[in-house]
Design a protein around this ligand. Sequence first.
Ligand SMILES: [Zn+2]
Length: 96
Amino acid sequence: MEATPTAIRNCPDKGYLEIDWNNGRTITYLYEDLRVLCPCADCRAHAPAKVITGKEDVKITHIELAGNYAIRLEFDDGHGTGLYTFTQMYDGEFNR
Ligand SMILES: [Zn+2]
C-alpha cells in the first residue's frame, strides 16, 4: 500500500508540519528540515547539494497537493518550488 496522507496539519506555534498517514502513523516534520532539505532542482543542482543555512525561523505559508503523489510547500522566505513526494516524506528523507 502506498503511503498517503489522510490529514496534514500546519502547526506554526510548534514550528512543524504534522501528517497523519493512511496506515495510522503520525509523523512530524520540522519547517527548518523541510526547507534545508528542499528537493527542488535549484536546491539540488549543486553538487553534492547546496548547503542552506539560517532557516531556523522559517515558516510554511502555503500547502497544496500536487496531483496524488506529492505536497508543494511555500515558505515565508519566498521559496516554493519544492515537491515533497509522499514516498520521500514517509521514508523520512526530510527528517534530519
Ligand atoms: Zn528548493
